[in-house]
Each structure stands twice: as C-alpha cells, then as structure tokens.
Design a binder for this molecule. Structure first.
Ligand SMILES: NC(=O)C1=CN([C@@H]2O[C@H](COP(=O)(O)OP(=O)(O)OC[C@H]3O[C@@H](n4cnc5c(N)ncnc54)[C@H](OP(=O)(O)O)[C@@H]3O)[C@@H](O)[C@H]2O)[C@@H](O)CC1
Ligand SMILES: Nc1ncnc2c1ncn2[C@@H]1O[C@H](COP(=O)(O)OP(=O)(O)O)[C@@H](O)[C@H]1O
Ligand SMILES: [K+]
Length: 503
C-alpha cells in the first residue's frame, strides 16, 4: 500500500471527486461513516459521555458528521468547534448547521474559559486538524490540546492526531490512544518518535478513487499481506531437500550458542531444505541435542570463532549472532568477507564488528541485508536528531554500500535502494530475547531458497511479525518467547496463503 504525502492525499481527494463524480460532502460522509463503523465496534457502551472536538477544516467537518451519526445511534454526544480561525470550509460549516438543526448539544470554543471540563467525559474524539495542518499550533487550539493531553481520558483521533505533521517532525500534538486514518497511510504514523501522539493505528477504507491512488508516485510503502502473498514462491510437487536451498548460520560463542540454535531452527522452519550451523566447539553438543535436523560444523576453538572454513556449498548465509567481538573472531570475519560472494544477512555482533571497521563494508556483496536495531544502527551511521534524519542517513548508508538495511522496531523499516517499506505486522510480544536471532534465520532461509534479497527482507520481516499477531489469543504477550515465533512460522504461511489459521 502506498504511503503518500499530505499534498498527494489532497490531490487524490480532489481526483476522487472528479473521477467518481461525487461531491466533497459525499466523500466526507464515507469518511465519517468509516470512522463511525470502527468506533461503534470498539466502544459499544452508549452511556459513555463522548466529547467531539472539531476544528474549522474538513477534519472538523468529519468530526461533526461523526457526532451526528453517533447521536442518531443513541450515544451521548457533545459536539464542539474550536474556532481557531473564522475560515470554515464549506463542508464543515454545513455540518455545524446540521448539528444545530438536529439538536445535538453544541458549543463554540473561542477562548480558554469556554473549554469544557474534560473530566465529565469518557472519550474525547479529536477532529481538530487533519492533513491540512500548515504550521505549528498556537492560541486556543494549543490550549485545548494541552488540556486534552492532561485529561487522562481516552482520546481517539480522526485521520491524524491534531497537530501531527504527516511528513515532518512534530513536537506538539494531541496524544491519542487510537488513530483511525483514512485509507492512505502517512509515514508519520509509523515513526517511533510519534508513538506518543498516534497510539494504535487503524486504516479504514473511505472509497478514494483507486485510479487516483494508482496515479500517485511514491517510493514508500506499507507492507500488506497481499504483497507478501504475491512474493511467496510456490512449492513444487517434485521439490526435494536439494532444491529448497541450504542455509548456513554462522555465530555463537561460549554461553551464546542458543542464538545459533534459534536461527538454525527458524531457517529450517521457514522452508529451506538444509541447514548447517557453524559454531565454536562448545556449540556442537548444544545444537545437536536441541535441534537434530541441523548439521554442525565446528570451529577449532572451543569458546569462540577463530576462522570460518567449511567444505559445504550453502546457498546463503546468516552471520553475526552471539559471535562476540574478540580479535580472533574479527579477523575470521574479515577473512570470510574477503572470499564470500553468497547472499547474506548480517546481524548483531556481525554489525558491531562492521561498525568498528567501516572499511570492510566494501567487501559485502551487493544487496547484503543488515538487520540492526536502533542501537546497532547508530553505531553504523552515527546519531540522528529525529526519525526523518535517521531514515535519510540510513538510506544514504544503504545506497553508498548497495545494501538492504532493516531498521528493526515496533514498525520495522526496510530500506532497499530508493524504496522504504514499513512493516506493521508484529506486537510487543516480540520484545523478547532471541527474537532478532530468529529473524536472521528466517531471512537466511529465504535467501537460500532463492528469494531476491529485497523480497527476502520483506517476506521475512512480515512472517516474523505475523507469528505474534496470530498467537495474541493463545499466548500472553508477556510469556511469548522466541521459540514461539519459530513454532508459528507455519501458521503465518497458512495465513498469508489463504487467510486460514491452523490451530
Ligand atoms: N483524505 C481525503 O481524501 C479526505 C479527507 N477528509 C478530511 O479532510 C481533512 C483535511 O481537511 P483540510 O484540508 O480542510 O484541513 P484540516 O486538517 O481540517 O485543517 C485545515 C484548517 O486548519 C487551518 N490550520 C492549519 N494549520 C493550522 C495551525 N497550526 N493553526 C491554526 N490553524 C491551522 C487551516 O488554515 P490555513 O492553513 O488555510 O490558514 C485550515 O483552516 C483530512 O484530514 C480528513 O479528515 C475527508 O473529509 C474526506 C476525504
Ligand atoms: N513492540 C514491538 N512490536 C513489534 N515488533 C517488535 C517489537 N519489539 C521488538 N520487535 C521485533 O523483534 C525483533 C527484536 O530484535 P532484536 O532487537 O535484535 O532482539 P534480540 O537481540 O533479543 O534478538 C525485531 O525484529 C523487532 O522488529
Ligand atoms: K484529527
């Protein structure tokens, strides 16, 4: 799904009206209706006191239309317009008239003392500003937002939290619990700095013209299940382990051989035909006991890796997990990079060693996948002042070395040449030891199966996250562990292929 800018969304809005031959008010009806459907499914208690805070633009118009729908359905609604400007849009003004005509409690707020007492309400709906925000908020709107944020009440934002810039850094905005956004994802909704404003994001369809959306050009995308389904390779009737790829996982050190067990098992469960694990000697009994399907190759050293030599022919490599940064291991890694031309995913200490020797980055085959979490990323590219600068610097880094960079997080970002992909599968259940090791195994497996690296990155990140979504009802997020990801890779495949969850 395309992620677009506020300007592009405005254009699609106008084109929809033109192509579909509908009025802007009708489009607003669709938008308000979509919000209403979502809201009434989530908040079913009609005794909740709901305060709707609208602005004077079309976002405010949406809010007032939502007030009318909720009132009609029997909810207890108070509608307000925070009159930060006298320039009402036509559709907003229309809805003010309708709200009054329908005898819905209504109030204009022009100065601080007119701000209602939020403690009398259960839910605040924010329709103050949408994608038309053009500058920092001051005056009465700022007063209202400050009080909303201090109220401790549930806040639900229509389209975007009031004050959130869709395409640049935000410092002050409504701090919503839920944001229901209209059809087109905006980048700002998925950035960690903005989580306190955005809360949970839901995208609802409002019937914007598909043709208009297709005409908008972008290099930013939100990954959807259907995209991943299209990328999945079919499994041939005549497949055998020799055709399904051989992944080699390299890593581990004394006390950290579990990382390689997790990645190796994840690799096999993701579908490659063979998995070998290269570890220090201490790891061999561990992996052979834990996971008999894997083949082990031992380093000479018992506690850490000192050379990386093997006489097998894998198709792809996952390297770096649990490996440590000892001198000997660093040199072994360097000599390995000098001779390796296979597709590769590098994580953890592999990344940390590269940040100690940035000149080694030139040795990586094009499209090597790096999977840093933010700390590892900062070691590679330096600090950033905000998420936008982080993306800019990571993109420049990825392009300079022709790499694919996956910035791991609640929403992982995949940078692949000019393109940015946002992944929204996954839950906080994944914030658990070894979760990143499993991702390395999944991606190594996909590379071994012949997936183009950009596809392996997207499919891998999406699959990994989906395992947590699928177990939300069966495994409490606090007790979900990395092995649960592995156990549910099959279910994730089922879900992607045909929407079915196998219990
Ligand atoms: N996407 C779609 O297709 C659809 C979109 N729809 C809805 O429309 C919304 C966009 O509506 P919108 O363009 O009217 O802008 P909106 O955000 O309501 O506010 C603009 C007003 O705020 C003002 N203003 C701005 N910044 C300010 C500041 N800092 N401090 C004070 N004032 C400030 C600005 O004034 P100006 O900048 O012109 O001086 C203007 O008066 C969108 O989010 C969605 O909810 C649906 O209805 C239908 C389908
Ligand atoms: N709150 C979250 N929501 C979704 N995914 C998450 C969340 N927290 C962590 N993850 C995912 O879990 C993985 C954690 O990786 P990493 O930080 O390397 O962990 P570890 O070092 O413990 O293996 C990443 O893929 C990340 O995207
Ligand atoms: K809003």
């Amino acid at each position: 799904m395309k992620i677009l800018s506020a300007g592009q969304i405005r254009e699609i809005d106008a084109k929809t009206i033109h192509y579909e031959g509908i009025s802007s008010l009708e489009l607003m009806k669709h938008a308000a209706g979509a919000f209403y459907d979502w809201f009434t499914k989530k908040y079913t208690d009609k005794n909740d006191a709901i305060l709707i805070l609208s602005g004077v633009g079309n976002n405010g118009g949406d809010g007032l239309m939502v007030a009318r729908l909720l009132h009609k359905a029997g909810y207890r609604v108070q509608a307000c317009v925070v009159e930060y400007s006298e320039n009402y849009t036509e559709d907003c003004a229309h809805n003010v008239r309708r709200v009054k005509a329908e005898n819905i409690p209504f109030k204009r707020i022009t100065k601080e003392k007119e701000i209602p007492n939020f403690s009398e309400y259960d839910i605040l709906i924010d329709a103050l500003f949408g994608t038309g925000l053009s500058r920092e908020i001051t005056g009465i709107a700022a007063e209202v937002i400050k009080k909303m944020n201090e109220s401790g009440k549930t806040i639900v934002s229509i389209d975007v939290p009031g004050g959130l810039f869709p395409d640049k850094k935000t410092t002050f905005a409504v701090e919503a619990d839920e944001t229901v956004t209209f059809q087109i994802p905006k980048l700002a909704l998925y950035l960690p700095d903005n989580y306190r404003f955005v809360g949970n994001v839901t995208i609802v369809n409002i019937g914007l013209s598909e043709k208009a959306i297709a005409e908008a050009s972008t290099n930013r995308y939100l990954i959807e299940k259907k995209d991943i389904r299209e990328l999945l390779k079919p499994l041939s009737k005549f497949a055998h382990k020799g055709t399904q790829g051989h992944a080699l996982i390299i890593g581990g050190s004394l006390g950290k051989t579990g990382t390689v067990c997790l990645a190796s098992k994840a690799a096999l469960k993701t579908g490659c035909g063979l998995v070998s694990a290269y570890l220090p000697k201490c790891g061999t009994p561990v992996i052979q006991t834990h996971f008999p399907e894997a083949m082990a190759i031992e380093d000479d050293n018992s506690a850490f890796i000192t050379h990386i030599d093997y006489d097998i022919s894998p198709n792809a490599i996952g390297i770096g997990i649990g490996m440590g940064k000892r001198e000997e291991t660093q040199h072994a890694f360097y000599r390995f990079l000098q001779k390796n031309a296979l597709p590769m995913v590098i994580d953890a200490d592999g990344l940390n060693i590269l940040s100690l020797h940035p000149e080694w980055l030139d040795l990586l085959p094009p499209k090597t996948i790096l999977t840093p979490h933010p700390k590892e990323l900062s070691r590679l590219i330096g600090e950033w002042s905000d998420d936008y600068e982080k993306i800019e610097k990571a993109t420049a880094f990825a392009q300079k070395y022709r790499l694919i960079v996956i910035i791991k997080g609640a929403y992982s970002l995949i940078i692949d040449s000019d393109n940015l992909y946002v992944n929204d599968s996954g839950t906080p259940a994944l914030a658990t030891a070894g979760s990143g090791d499993v991702l390395t195994g999944i991606i190594a497996s996909l590379l071994a199966q012949g997936y183009e690296p950009g596809h392996a990155a997207r499919v891998g990140v999406y699959l990994h996250g989906l395992t947590a979504n699928l177990t939300q009802q069966t495994i409490h997020p606090r007790s979900f562990v990395a092995s649960d990801i592995i156990d549910n890779i099959g279910n994730a495949y089922f879900t992607i292929e045909n929407g079915m969850i196998k219990k």
